[in-house]
Design a protein around this ligand. Structure first.
Ligand code: GLY
Length: 367
């Protein structure tokens, strides 16, 4: 089939790559591929430490996708930037500790591999963490990826598999047709809408379904003489707020993330940067000696129930969007589901809960 994938972030690139490998004739439409939320992201592959009671479908989907990540990465240049050191969640004050205990109980009940560790063990595992850390939870299965290595590896793989990039913005999507900003149209058998936070502006039926959720992220680097960054991803609860520190090669560290409902605002605010640095310094006191390389804001594509929107919107239009905080994690299972749907098959079981029908019926009055 002729397949037009709209959106060249991690989801669109993964879908284009998988669809081309499956034998489809694929065009990938994006004026600036890999420059949106996927570029700003921290790169955590963290179904367990992103889990929230009541969102068991999100956890099941994320876990199924994480299971696919090692094979997915092995087929990519530079192993797709995958890091396998695992994740450590830490708590700072008494209330954070109680929240951490609650998370540990919830995850243990679900049979997830989590180990409680004392403050002393936390510092043995990650000597750069400070004495304000009161307790921790080791989650070895939650991994991370260098998102920028991943994007370049995916672009290479998609093109090598035969994907044709079209570097023009899409303005709307309908069955078998994508209108472009230069006035032309792309005709195809199926459009896959993978435009993240912009999906609702391209397809009316998603206007009330997918919304932008702003996140500010800093990129830092330990200067000579500064303490090393942690080796694992560290997620900290600091007086009820959450901050994460994701290590990168070359003593780099990604620090995130704020979360606001602020429309399509991608300006980085002083308050956002201050909050992230203040909370990060509570757990990693040496961070004051780090260099600030970059401050950026991305727009997560939020959905009403935090599950993606993955399936047929109408004949000829497939949605692969609404991945909210988990786009990088969910790329492998999303690509697999799209290839299944293109072939007329059911997608993998955990992806079925993400079918758009659950939302379109509610938000569009049953239409
Ligand atoms: N997955 C982390 C974030 O969205 O900030």
């Amino acid at each position: 089939m002729k397949v037009a994938v709209v959106g060249g972030g991690v989801v669109g690139l993964s879908v284009a790559w998988a669809a081309a490998v499956a034998g489809h004739q694929v065009q990938l439409i994006d004026a600036a591929p890999g420059s949106g939320a996927s570029w700003v992201a921290g790169g955590m592959l963290a179904p367990v430490t992103e889990a929230w009671p009541g969102e068991e479908h999100v956890l099941a989907l994320g876990s199924a996708s994480l299971d696919r990540w090692p094979d997915f990465a092995a087929r990519l240049d530079k192993n797709g930037g995958l890091r396998t050191e695992g994740t450590l969640v830490v708590a700072v004050d008494g209330a954070d500790r109680a929240e951490l205990d609650g998370v540990a109980d919830f995850l243990a009940k679900l049979g997830r591999e989590v180990t409680r560790v004392t403050a002393r063990e936390v510092r043995r595992l990650e000597p750069s963490l400070g004495t304000s850390v009161r307790s921790g939870l080791l989650v070895p299965g939650d991994l991370a990826v260098d998102n920028r290595v991943l994007l370049s590896s995916l672009r290479k793989a998609a093109v090598e598999a035969g994907t044709q990039p079209i570097a023009v913005a899409a303005t709307s999507v309908s069955a078998g047709e994508v209108a472009l900003a230069n006035g032309s149209t792309v005709e195809c058998d199926v459009v896959v809408l993978a435009a993240g936070a912009w999906s609702g502006g391209l397809y009316n039926g998603l206007a009330k379904v997918v919304r932008p959720v702003k996140g500010e992220v800093l990129r830092l680097k330990a200067r000579d003489g500064a303490l090393d960054p942690p080796t694992r991803t560290v997620r900290a609860l600091v007086e009820g707020r959450q901050v994460y520190l994701v290590p990168r090669d070359g003593r780099g560290l990604v620090l995130g993330a704020t979360q606001y409902e602020a429309g399509f605002d991608t300006e980085v605010t002083v308050g956002g940067v201050r909050d992230l640095l203040r909370d990060a310094e509570r757990v990693l006191p040496g961070i004051g000696e780090y260099a600030v390389l970059e401050c950026a804001a991305g727009l997560r594509p939020g959905s009403p129930d935090n599950l993606p929107v993955l399936g047929w919107l109408e004949p000829g239009v497939l949605a692969a969007t609404g991945h909210h905080r988990n786009g990088i994690l969910l790329a492998p299972i999303t690509a697999e589901a799209v290839v299944d749907l293109l072939a007329g098959r059911e997608p993998p079981e955990p992806a079925r809960a993400a079918d758009p029908g659950r939302l379109l019926a509610v938000t569009n009055g049953g239409g």
